[in-house]
Design a protein around this ligand. Sequence first.
Ligand code: IMP
Ligand code: MG
Length: 183
Amino acid sequence: MNEKRILEKRTIPVLFTEQEIRERVEAMAGEIAAKISGDFLIVSLLRGSFMFTADLVREFYAIGVHPQIDFMTLSSYGEGTTSSGSVVVGRDLTDEVKGRQVLIVDDILETGRTLNFALDLLKERGAADIKIAMLLEKPGKLQVDVKADFIGFSIPDKFVVGYGLDYANHYRELPFIGYLDVH
Ligand code: IMP
Ligand code: MG
């Protein structure tokens, strides 16, 4: 069975609807704004967080919060659904993070390796303060000691796709979050 066939035949059970995501992201923007004041730089970890970042910053705008935004591509997964364990930088940031208040925005916290890598990198580059906003977390899967300050939803141990999250770079465009029955 080839990939296309898989995509055409597959139905994706919905975990969170567009409406549920919208409401949660709106609330998160408020939670974050209450804890961060002044100038800050969003470091959005691509590719999975592009949709979350886009919605979050529009909610920030609505409540008068005006961050700067930069992107960094980190990857730990190959084409499959199990972590390869090592994290690599694809595209790097453009902006200087030295002395800055930073908000990392990422899609999902599983083993914590990706986040830990990003944190180390930003600390090494001299960020003054780093806070973390995660759209999703899979509880009980952490393998390193790292914690997000803001979490959208805790999810069951399923491989989720949609709203930026992928399986082999597919399904990112889904406006909802669903899951694949792969394990
Ligand atoms: P960690 O490094 O194990 O915490 O994994 C974080 C990264 O793995 C995320 O940023 C995602 O790119 C990917 N990932 C982990 N779980 C899932 C999932 O259920 N669906 C899609 N991607 C996932
Ligand atoms: Mg990711």
